[in-house]
Write a new protein. Sequence first.
Lengths: 429, 318
Amino acid sequence: MTAPLLIKGGRLVDPSQNLDAVGDLLLQDGKVAAVGGTIAAPAGAQVVEAKGLVVSPGMIDVHVHLREPGREDVETVATGAHAAAAGGFTAVCAMPNTKPVTDNQATVGFVKRQGEAAGFARVYPYGAISVGQQGETLAEFGEMVAAGAVAVSDDGKPVENSHLMRTALEYALTFGIPVVEHCEVMSLAHGGSMNEGVVSARLGLKGIPAEAEEIDAIRCILLAKRTGGHVHLCHLSTKGSVDLVRWGKAQGINVTAEVCSHHISLTEDAVEGYNTNAKMNPPLRTRADVEALKEGLKDGTIDLLVTDHAPHHYDEKEREFADAPNGIVGLETALGVNITYLLEPGVLSLSQLVDRMSCLPAKVFHLPGGTLAKGSIADVTVFDPKRAWTVDPTKFKSKGRNTPYGGHQLRGRAICTVVGGKIVHQLVD
Amino acid sequence: MSLLGKDLIGLAGLSREQITTILDVAEPLREISERTIKKVPTLRGMTVVNLFFEPSTRTRISFEFAEKRMSADTVNVAASASSISKGETLVDTARNLEAMRIDMVVVRHGSSGAARFLAERIKSNVINAGDGTHEHPTQGLLDLLTLRQRFGSLEGRRVCIVGDVLHSRVARSNIWGLKALGADVAVCGPRSLLPNAIDEMGVTVFNRVEAAIEWAEALNVLRLQLERMQAGYIPSLREYNRVFGVTSARLKAAPRELLILHPGPMNRGVEIDSDVADGPHSVILDQVTNGVAIRMAVLYLLAGNKAALADVAKGGAA
């Protein structure tokens, strides 16, 4: 049995119950035992002093790549879950583009067990939409859900076949899971390695036009309308995509959407100098896109903040830009980036930030947590929204060092991460 | 103290003064190639590697002549006959070359940014001999020198780049170099072969080659790669010639005589007709001659005081 944990004197911020007040939080037997006011420490309780800190329901990142099975040299479920805990996340959803692809109950179960064995953040596997992410045959959603999958996606690849996407949306209704699409029209994006615009023209890099994302986004929204299925759009990066989701939601279509921390903080200018740590898919876009994404987060068009944590080996990024792989790590910088670029400039309030990083991810993906209500699971993030720190990739718990934020000054950092009533990370400095 | 710094990666970001200095240095170096004994000792003792990951005849030979006429020791490395074809990474290739204590690398590579990538990782001077669709600065410089010889000054002169600007490193180097020297720059080609954001690059865009010819004082005609047709950017080479080809019939309609440049190799009968290429207003072979002088100038300027030190050590003079 884990000893009771009393988190004392923090600012409790839990939008799921409209809570924003200084008070204590008691966790016992893996559940929230009491919340708010002054709570006396039970016998044998461990006490965490949280004066001046924010205490929120555990942050959840529904979009990470943990690389296991297949690329354990780059990340494992354990190192990824450790990185998550260090970044203040109590749960992550692991994308299925592993080797072999997580497209069956055995692999789903393996990823889930690896997460449980690691004992850091909770790891919820995704299942693939199609067998081998080949975009041809539906994977066995039912068996994968029974084994622990919380959603399906072919992330990294779009489902190009519209009939398959339609079928996936319909079939997923039985299991109540979202179908999660990486929006990209491959024939438009083909060969591109950054946003298409004046920077790509100058650097002589093939660009990916915004429409490559937007055309797929509206296709999925319309198919969700047709089928009544729940489509969740990954890592939206353009103003047009925000407008399309806004339209879809206004029509009452079951569409939700996420945005990555890097897409609200960086623009295509970060690619200057052929910086492969600024290469990801979708690419960094323009200032106008960044502003539209922030507006979308503010007005609720964009539901969630995610990282798209994508570790790569040093050697793989240390090469010609067009040949370098897409993606950056984000679990250990996201909270700081979100606080620096969204909270501090007043784009989001503190409770909106917690909503988009904790409550809404739980709600949209039907996951436990996302609340500090009495009786809910004892997943808690304690963070200091004022803490200034400098990103040092060599200190990451992730095996990945591929970040564009190395050396950046950020404000806001996780101090203590609690999963199931147990401290899985405590900042030491 | 070197004028250019360590490397020459592109003309973007170079000032008018820097570019003018390179042209000014190149001008008298032309004479060396006219001598019976085409050799000066300027780069004696320096080792230059011509590292070509893409096939090239003209540019590689031009660099090699420039190096040899300045007495550098040169080694040519071609991708197909080296460890590169065995899967060695670019950075490993560079580091291994450097471990043999070289002074300069002239690099041609199919990836945009590859020259800069090398330059940031090795101590040797790096000269970009063309990286992907990014820049080909010595080609841009030799085009500028050729134009300057004819025009005197480029200030306010109207130069149009015709053809596949989207995939052309020559076009980019020309745009930055021409603008730095005060020229009015335009581009002309099918929109499918122009960058979508071309308007933001500070150039005029002509959809019709007739309009470009009416406007321009010089045309720099780009090579149309056969694979552009295969990739679906244009329907056919035949139609390209009929719509965008620089032909004598079109040039005859021009209100003035135009200088005709082409970076080569030419597809006669596609982007340029033979009677234009061989005609009185073609400066295409001047470009080639100037190319050697420009490369000598760049080698000399990048070598900076290194060469002076080498001469001091040997008790000689440049």
